[in-house]
Ligand binder design. Structure first.
Ligand SMILES: [Mg+2]
Length: 269
């Protein structure tokens, strides 16, 4: 482990230091089961995003949700921009107009869409009980397979089976708390974050951002950011997260996110 800093993981929020909180330019946050609980945005979490911005912090949701959702989030939520489809795209407002940026060219996206169609047929044929995610028509780069949202919840073995089908076709796949998302290409939530920072001229150093998440598709973010935070329900997904978050909240979903914002604002005041 030469040269590698080994940090304690899963500490209570009380262990977050004022020095770290004061060095932040913003907070990155997953959406499903991090801002939401049981499928709905927790009002305190939405309010916390607005309060953080009013206190001078940037807010950027980073999600596996589709381009269609990101259009809405970038336009209407209290945020600087949004990273969607697990880093495949990032949308933001510039001089009152929506900018839509993608990790891949339109040609590459069209080519990959045809390849994903083949994967889709195989997944639906081989894994009983799963379905295309209801938000699939609004996606630009990935294929989302529902194992929990609008279908009866499938066992963990079925999630592994879906992941294995994507792998067999050479696709990247990540499980969120509700979908398995798969795509062709190298992007992930972290690379999408770098793309957005570059476009917006925001600093992208790891110590300048806190990250809040809850599941396996947040793993690259938990490993990268020293102030990585899991909301309480992250415990359910720890077996699929190689590097657990540095901190964990007491509250579940959006309640935990609101606790994180409260703690950061308190330490900065
Ligand atoms: Mg999530």
């Amino acid at each position: 482990m030469d040269g590698e800093v080994v940090r304690p993981r899963l500490q209570p929020l009380a262990a977050l230091s004022a020095e770290v909180a004061r060095g932040l330019v913003g907070i990155l946050t997953d959406i499903d089961d991090t801002l939401t609980l049981h499928g709905r945005i927790v009002p305190a979490a939405f309010d916390a995003m607005a309060r953080a911005r009013a206190a001078g912090l940037a807010i950027v949701p980073v999600t596996g949700r589709p381009a269609g959702w990101c259009d809405h989030v970038a336009r209407m939520w209290p945020c600087e921009g949004v990273v969607g489809e697990n880093g495949g795209l990032w949308f933001y407002m510039h001089e009152g107009k929506l900018v839509r940026a993608f990790a891949q060219s339109a040609e590459v996206r069209a080519h990959n869409a045809a390849r994903l169609h083949t994967v889709r047929e195989a997944v639906l044929r081989e894994v009983p009980g799963c379905a295309l995610a209801s938000d699939q028509p609004y996606r630009e780069l990935d294929l989302a397979v529902d194992f929990c949202e609008d279908v009866a919840a499938l066992p963990d073995a079925a999630i592994d089976q879906i992941l294995a089908v994507f792998a067999r076709f050479g696709a990247t796949a990540k499980a969120s708390s509700i979908h398995v998302n798969g795509w062709f290409g190298e992007f992930d939530k972290l690379s999408g974050f770098f793309g957005l920072c570059s476009d917006l001229g925001l600093p992208s150093q790891a110590e300048r951002w806190a990250y809040a998440g809850d599941s396996a598709n947040d793993a690259p973010m938990f490993a990268h950011f020293p102030a990585s935070v899991g909301v309480a329900n992250v415990v359910r997904w720890l077996p699929r997260i190689p590097t657990p978050p540095a901190f964990v909240t007491e509250g579940e979903g959006g309640h935990g996110f609101a606790q994180l914002v409260d703690r950061i604002l308190e330490l900065r005041s």
